[in-house]
Design a protein around this ligand. Structure first.
Ligand code: DAH
Length: 358
């Protein structure tokens, strides 16, 4: 066997025996690297006689090519094997039960919606819902917004492309249209709350284009402002889990209520903390009022027979206040660390008897 054949067999055996990409690289350097066995042989060509070189040149070049090819082939095989092994080890059996440590949490918006629902259901309210995509009638007209009234613009509405008849659907700017849907389909007495998504073209630390409200509506034969105040004061105490809350009803304007008010609650700042209930400062938490007779008429109810009150509150803002969350935009950033920090235990259902939050 010639010297070249011996070297070739030896190198091919080493290539074959290399079981890792790093091991194979060592063999390559030892053969084809600057000081490798094959490269050293190539260097001897210069000192050879022309006849010798004629014979050894092609022989050595052939050796070099075959070794390089064998290394490439082995490398491809090793890469393929590594991929196979990885695929095998990373297989996910989707039929397995969830791992006990993989725990989700309840988003503060869901938690607060559940808390508000628990409070009002204890007062005899039931939950109603309506569509996110509304028409002008339910979102504005039936709620006594005059055509071209600036109150419509106040709402920064997202409109869809006009339909053939020129009318435009919109993303509801508040949950109040569900008042209309309920009054048009159900007979009083009514006592409902309406949690849901709402949309306005707005974004900063305390506004996001999608946000959440809870609406309330009570319709009966002898409903007055005292009922409204009592209901909302009881709500504020229960929600903030304090024994007493200072409240203030400030006159305001909403097209769908008359009279209308905003409810403020007392608070004080102690260091970094906001203490709700007492203190000298006022914070607005909801809008409310007695249902406007025009709204009743628009829904086919006789305002001489029925009266009612309504209110609407921002869920996200109530969550920020109660749980000390500084930026509303984080609510919808889907950051798992944020959710882990501010989220709630999925097994703790808020109730008035077991406690709203723990
Ligand atoms: N819809 C109002 C808003 O989004 C909130 C509101 C105020 C709702 C007064 C009511 C109400 O039902 O009576 O700004």
């Amino acid at each position: 066997m010639s010297d070249i054949e011996t070297l070739e067999n030896d190198l091919l055996a080493k290539i074959d025996a290399a079981s890792t990409e790093a091991g194979l690289e060592e063999v390559r350097v030892a053969a084809l690297g600057k000081k490798g066995a094959v490269s050293e042989r190539m260097k001897t060509l210069g000192k050879m006689s022309p006849e010798e070189r004629k014979e050894m040149g092609p022989a050595l070049n052939g050796l070099k090519t075959r070794i390089a090819e064998a290394i490439e082939a082995r490398k491809a095989a090793l890469e393929e094997a590594a991929l196979e092994a990885r695929l095998a080890s990373e297989t996910v059996d989707v039929t397995l039960p969830p791992a006990p440590e993989a725990r989700g949490s309840i988003h503060p918006v869901s938690q607060v919606t559940d808390e508000i629902t628990a409070i009002f259901s204890a007062m005899g309210f039931s939950v109603a819902e309506g569509p996110d995509i509304e028409d002008d009638f339910h979102n504005f007209t039936a709620l006594n917004f005059p055509a071209d009234h600036p109150a419509r613009e106040m709402h920064d509405t997202f409109f869809f492309e006009p339909k053939e008849d020129g009318s435009r659907m919109l993303l509801r700017t508040h949950t109040s249209p569900v008042q209309i849907r309920t009054m048009m389909t159900e007979k009083p007495p009514l006592r409902i709350i309406i949690p849901g998504r709402t949309f306005r073209c707005d974004s900063d630390q305390t506004h996001t284009p999608m946000f959440h409200q809870v609406e309330g509506l009570v319709i009966d034969k002898e409903t007055h402002m005292g009922h409204l105040k009592g209901t909302l004061e009881a709500f504020a105490k229960a929600y903030f889990e304090v024994d007493s809350v200072r409240t203030r009803f400030r006159p305001h304007f909403f097209p769908f209520t008359e009279p209308s008010a905003e409810m403020d609650i007392g608070y004080e700042r102690v260091g970094n903390e906001i203490r709700i209930g007492q203190g000298e400062k006022w914070m607005e938490i909801l809008g409310c009022g007695m249902v406007h007779p025009n709204v009743m008429r628009n829904c086919g109810l006789d305002p001489d027979e029925y009266q009612g009150f309504a209110f609407g509150m921002g869920v996200d803002r109530l969550a920020m206040l109660k749980y000390g969350i500084p930026d509303l935009r984080d609510f919808f950033a889907a950051d798992a660390r944020w959710l882990e920090h501010y989220g709630f235990d999925a097994l703790d259902t808020p109730s008035l008897w077991a406690g709203l939050s723990r």
